[in-house]
Design a protein around this ligand. Structure first.
Ligand SMILES: *Cc1c(COP(=O)(O)O)cnc(C)c1O
Length: 341
């Protein structure tokens, strides 16, 4: 604050450079004011617009489909693999039409989606790959970091995500797209008052970037703690389905998500009331049935998405959990599962 530079300035430039080096080596990172802006601007910079279709999961936060709709294109919802909750390549293949321009998998809960399958589908059909990596900072598919597969990938820096800048997003881009995102975030100009296109104000502030830079130095240790917490839960939970991790993927446990066979909401209530364990259902309504996005998906049925939406429950896995917390979570979940069985 004392520097006198508060809006986008040297802190943003430093954050972009450090983020690119650490998270998506070889790509350019462009900072914006939210993950949603990042997806929206990435799509526009990639030339997505009216008449185009982009295939996305329905089992995700609404920002994924919203960004496609905001770009003027149509989100086309495909089903998920019931084990990983990530987009199912077979369902994506079935959803491809002559208007399909891209597939945009989400690395849901922090586990990388099957990028080998989406990359080869994209080659086969001549479409692009974009990544919604909002929940997956540092996750990998076959050793390659998420955010480096598609022509762009977006990380959210919202406070609930694995690292934060207060609000913010980081777009990992191939060079052709980076220039477009930089233009669109700043009224269409890179050089002041030489506006090249019609753009937005989607800039990150130096204050937010300064927070993000410090968070970035802590991410690796936090991720390791999340993974250790997840391993403890994996080893000790009984009577529920614990997260499946694809052997080609790493999981950074933005969420630790179990499946509860019946009465998920009752399970959640019992955990809270009897064991003081908070939990969350992400996401209870599939995007293709939301009032906002349903018009894009008339009559669509996604059976695996429906099962997940009514059965998933995310338990605390964050790096500040104590040994006592973990023991309470294990005891609560095991007792509640047993009582329900
Ligand atoms: C959080 C999130 C976003 C949006 O990020 P914001 O920074 O909140 O705008 C997009 N997609 C997914 C999957 C998310 O979880």
């Amino acid at each position: 604050m004392r520097s006198g530079m508060i809006a986008q300035g040297p802190e943003v430039a430093a954050f972009e450079k450090e983020f690119a080096e650490k998270m998506v080596a070889g790509r350019t990172s462009v900072a914006v004011n939210s993950g949603t802006s990042g997806l929206h601007l990435g799509l526009l910079a990639a030339g997505i617009g009216p008449g185009d279709e982009v295939i996305v999961p329905s089992f995700t936060f609404a920002a994924t489909g919203n960004s496609v709709a905001l770009a003027g294109a149509s989100p086309v919802f495909a089903d998920i693999d019931p084990r990983t909750f990530n987009l199912d390549p077979a369902s994506v293949r079935a959803a491809i039409t002559p208007r399909t321009k891209a597939v945009m998998p989400v690395h849901l809960y922090g586990q990388a989606a099957n990028m080998s399958a989406f990359t080869s589908l994209a080659e086969e059909f001549g479409i692009a790959v974009f990544e919604d990596a909002a929940q997956a900072h540092g996750s990998t598919w076959m050793g390659q970091p998420v955010g480096t597969f598609g022509s762009f990938g977006v990380f959210s820096l919202y406070p609930t995500k694995n690292m934060t800048s207060g609000e913010g997003g980081m777009v990992s881009c191939v060079d052709e797209i980076a220039h477009g995102v930089r233009l669109l975030r700043n009224q269409g100009m890179e050089k002041q008052y030489a506006n090249e296109v019609v753009g937005f104000n989607a800039r990150m502030t130096d204050i937010h970037a300064a927070i993000g830079r410090v968070q970035l130095t802590k991410l690796e240790a936090w991720t390791k703690t999340r993974q250790e917490n997840a391993a403890i839960l994996d080893a000790n939970l009984h009577g529920v389905v614990t997260p499946y991790v694809d052997p080609s993927a790493t999981h950074v446990y933005h969420q630790y998500t179990i499946l509860v066979d019946d009465d998920r909401d009752g399970f959640q209530r019992a955990l809270r009331e009897e064991y003081n364990v908070g939990s969350g259902a992400y996401y209870p309504i599939p995007n293709h049935r939301l009032a906002s996005l349903a018009p894009y998906a008339p009559g669509l049925d996604l059976p695996n998405t429906e099962v997940a939406a009514r059965s998933v429950l995310s338990l605390p896995v964050h790096p500040s959990l104590t040994q006592d917390d973990l023991e309470r979570i294990v005891a609560g979940v095991n007792a509640t599962a047993k009582a329900g069985a």
